[in-house]
Design a protein around this ligand. Structure first.
Ligand SMILES: Cc1ncc(COP(=O)(O)O)c(C=O)c1O
Length: 452
């Protein structure tokens, strides 16, 4: 069934009952349910994209403020990216042999990665890379337990599902043994109801207690997102990652930064950990790394990657990992990020956006908090600023649909709008997005949808 709102959206454009709508509906007969809610709720059939815009089969163009769950660092169809992939298609596309693109990508990555992180293994999906990082940590430490965090997200496969600090794991039990969770430093919603810096990192002290009371004392790794993405782009306070690294050291565990989203310029530094000047033992990478191509990785030190059995022939590889196309995509993406100064762009346009959204937030009673770093921005949505009760799913949905009607794709998760546009977004484009957002917010305020 087509929702009333979407029918109206089509009507307002005077479109006939579209082929796109028919294709969407018919695809549902063949597609197993459970694809991302942004796809299901938008019901879009995308035809093409250019830069920060996508156009559907009916010819409606949308500003893409989420870049395909943050994978499209270069936006849609960056010319240099397109020609690099076309050239690779004409050469060789599969196989795990050394290729020039893979060699060059690995070398370039080693040059820009923090500290002594320089040995990379390539995979295809994020969860796969995080699972590999856990295998590596276990191989290196000879221990097996892993600590993750409330609100954390690392993928949906069996080895990491237990480290997801949210409802994604509900009804999938039992989880793999040895996985433990502690509260993240989400100061805006601190579970201990204390404030930073006066709290002296009570959450870290609590983590020590979790380790003492909940684990067997065999901690292989602490796994953390430098900024929590799925939780709504939650930025921890300064010093937090350093504190976690210290806890890892105390326990002879490795410190793994899951930079799947925060890596490759998203936060206004090339890697999220650089905001705190720390070097993790392992970083997991993906999403924006391939500019949209499914490629992910772990990167670590010479010493750590030599741990057995991880380092034995065929022990840490996968069928598609680092195939020539993936390598070409990752190589050209990193090249473009560096030569077009996209890290600086992310920092500057992101800061501009955060400043302006904060100004705008004063006019809307349902904006609880504006947060973020670079182009990883979270706008928390509440019923009202006083109660701070999080916006209902129904109201969030209505906001999403209004955005769609106004021509913007917004990802809403954990009662927050996650603004993660491509790193190539110009200030003018960001301003245009802001204008649309302002119109969407105006409609919410006027119709009082937030009180639903
Ligand atoms: C921080 C983080 N790690 C891992 C993953 C899992 O990536 P994938 O969906 O490619 O398995 C995600 C996905 O959103 C993520 O945000």
């Amino acid at each position: 069934m087509i929702t009333g709102k979407l029918q109206n959206a089509s009507d307002s454009q005077s479109l006939p009952k579209s082929t796109a709508e028919q294709i969407f509906q018919e695809e549902q007969l063949y597609l197993a349910p459970g694809v991302q809610s942004i796809c299901l709720n938008s019901r879009l059939v995308i035809d093409h994209g250019k830069g920060v815009h996508v156009t559907d089969l009916d010819g409606r163009t949308y500003m893409d403020f989420f870049s395909g769950v943050t994978v499209g660092s270069l936006g849609h169809c960056h010319p240099k990216y397109v020609s690099a992939l076309k050239a690779q298609l004409n050469k060789v596309t599969f196989g795990s042999f050394t290729t020039v693109p893979r060699f060059e990508f690995l070398k370039n990555l080693a040059e820009v990665a923090p500290g002594n992180l320089r040995r990379t293994q390539l995979y295809s999906g994020g969860a796969e890379a995080v699972e590999a990082a856990l295998r590596l940590a276990r191989a290196h430490t000879g221990k097996f337990e892993v600590i993750g965090f409330w609100g954390g997200f690392h993928g949906k496969t069996g080895g990491v599902l237990g480290l997801v600090g949210d409802r994604f794991k509900h009804q999938h039990g039992p989880m793999a043994p040895g996985l433990h969770l502690a509260p993240y430093a989400n100061c805006n919603r601190c579970p201990f109801e204390v404030s930073y810096p006066g709290c002296s990192f009570l959450c870290v002290e609590f983590l020590r207690k979790v380790i003492r009371h909940n684990t067997t004392g065999s901690i292989a790794a602490i796994l953390v997102e430098p900024i929590q993405g799925t939780a709504g782009n939650v930025v921890p306070p300064p010093g937090y990652l350093k504190e976690l690294q210290a806890v890892a050291r105390e326990n002879g565990a490795l410190f793994i930064a899951d930079e799947m989203i925060t890596g490759f310029g998203r936060t206004g530094k090339l890697f999220g950990v650089e905001h705190e000047g720390i070097v993790p033992d392992i970083m997991t990478l993906g999403k924006g790394m391939g500019g949209g191509f499914p490629v992910s990785a772990l990167i670590s030190t010479d010493e750590i990657v030599s741990a057995k059995p991880f380092s034995l022939p065929s022990a840490s590889s996968s069928s598609y990992g680092g195939n020539p196309l993936a390598a070409a995509a990752a190589r050209v993406t990193l090249e473009i990020i560096l030569e077009e100064n996209l890290v600086e762009n992310s920092r500057e346009v992101g800061a501009w956006l955060i400043r302006h959204i904060e100004e705008m937030a004063g006019r809307y009673s349902f904006v609880g908090q504006v947060r973020g770093r670079g182009l990883m921005i979270g706008v928390e949505l509440v019923r009202d600023k006083k109660s701070r009760e999080l916006l209902s799913t129904q109201a969030s949905q209505a906001l999403f649909q209004i955005g769609l009607k106004e021509g913007i794709l917004l990802m809403i998760s954990s009662s927050a709008i996650r603004i993660n546009p491509a790193l190539i977004i110009s200030q003018q484009e960001a301003a245009r997005g802001l204008e649309i957002l302002d119109r969407v917010f105006g409609q919410i305020q006027k119709t009082k949808i937030h009180l639903q």
